[in-house]
Design a protein around this ligand. Structure first.
Ligand SMILES: [Zn+2]
Ligand SMILES: [Zn+2]
Length: 408
């Protein structure tokens, strides 16, 4: 074992000796998978009878990653999958900062072409020079994590308001770039794979037909659902539209409604008429030929802003395994914390999930490292092959993602 890996292992071991991890619900029916240095999953089909067995394993074997199944099985350790005898599964959604387009990525991400060696800022799939596949170097900052958190909050809104899943919603930080939302109440557990697919369609706003929701711009009198009686998507679209009509300046309104700035200015002077129309279920038919296009565009903009970008494949996979809360992420050394629902808004992963001390450690960088922030402190940027002295938690962060090695 290399000194860097050995160092990380001993630090992870100290952590697990000092922190007992809570067992997931019905632990005996879950499959576990573990990962090694630089590899998220190296072994699956493990099972633990109880919390003692799990914590003993973490202290002695010290895996770099540990994940558990969303599914409950009669025989979780058996292989192949169908020998496990599937019982039911939690509903779990994942949001990852890598899937969101945020400006900060131009600052902290970079790519390199495997073929011609060209490189650049941000992340792209194919080289701008030769079109070959690129290697991406992705980092995370408070800004992109915050955007990811906002998606999670919107999902929780859907789950609570539209599906009445008020019990059993849990949010976990992944320990790296993501948030995981688990729903484990009885209603959610029973959902078949088809039902889960339908849920994804609903959350992603796939195939919404505005007329079926009561937004009619085809009849002689334009109409919309009455705000007080609106439910689900109707309610979300109406409140979004009301918010935009009330608070937008003409430029913003022109953009969402697909109209000229001059017309948007005119509509803003008629704000109160438009708003009182909506309150009684009417979409105001202002003079001229643009009314129909304006309302259609505004409704489409609302759907676009409100729909969730959820990965279909991973969301409906009943056999997936996912990071065990309260354990360490082997690519960052951050703890995958459970976040109480009422604390999500102020939750700051890069501060609250620090698992190691501030004692200084000397490391040598491998390649260039962009500026990054941990524990409300900024580090870097650093050049390649630079020897630096940084707090243990920051050193572990770099060592774990193989961006640095222990210095002599
Ligand atoms: Zn290239
Ligand atoms: Zn960022």
């Amino acid at each position: 074992m290399q000194p860097t890996e050995q160092f990380l292992r001993s630090k992870f071991q100290q952590y697990y000796r000092a922190h007992a991890v809570s067992a997931p619900l019905k632990i005996g029916q879950r499959e576990f998978g573990i990962g090694a240095f630089g590899k998220k999953i190296s072994m699956r089909h493990l099972a633990f009878a109880d919390s003692n067995e799990l914590n003993g394993f973490l202290r002695n074997e010290v895996p770099f990653y540990i994940s558990y199944s969303c599914a409950y099985y009669k025989y979780p350790e058996m292989q192949p999958m169908n020998a496990k005898h599937f019982l039911q599964a939690d509903l779990v959604y994942e949001f990852d900062a890598d899937d969101l387009q945020t400006d900060c990525k131009q600052g902290h991400d970079s790519w390199k072409c495997v073929k011609c060696g060209a490189s650049g800022k941000g992340t792209i799939e194919n080289c701008t020079k030769c079109g070959a596949h690129t290697l991406k170097e992705e980092w995370v900052c408070g800004k992109c994590l915050n955007e990811t958190k906002k998606q999670s909050l919107r999902l929780i809104g859907f789950l609570q308001d539209d599906f009445d899943f008020s019990d059993g919603i849990e949010v976990n930080y992944s320990g790296s770039k993501g948030f995981h939302i688990h729903v484990n109440n009885e209603k959610a557990l029973q959902l078949s794979q088809n039902a889960r697919t339908e849920l994804i369609d609903y959350l992603s706003g796939n195939g919404i037909i505005q007329k079926n929701l009561g937004f009619d711009t085809e009849s002689r009198m334009f109409s919309c659902p009455i705000p007080e009686k609106a439910k689900g998507w109707q309610k979300k679209i109406i409140s979004w539209m009301l918010g935009k009509i009330e608070n937008s300046d003409s430029e913003e309104l022109a953009l969402y409604g697909g109209i000229s700035n001059a017309l948007a200015k005119k509509l803003i002077t008629m704000r109160s008429t438009i708003i009182s129309g909506i309150s009684s279920g009417m979409l105001y038919q202002f003079p001229g030929s643009k009314a129909e296009a304006f309302w259609n565009s505004l409704i489409a903009s609302a759907i676009d802003a409100l729909k969730l970008g959820i990965d279909r494949q991973t969301s409906i996979d009943l056999h997936k395994i996912i990071r065990l809360p309260e354990t360490l992420h082997g690519g960052t050394g951050l703890a995958a914390k459970k976040i109480p629902l009422e604390k999500i808004v102020e939750f700051d992963a890069l501060k609250e999930c620090i698992a190691f001390s501030g004692d200084e450690v000397k490391v040598r960088t491998i390649a260039e490292i962009p500026e990054f922030e941990l524990n409300a402190r900024k580090f870097g940027k650093f050049g390649a092959n630079e020897e630096i002295k940084i707090p243990e938690y920051a050193a572990i962060y770099l060592l774990a993602r193989n961006a640095a090695q222990l210095a002599e």
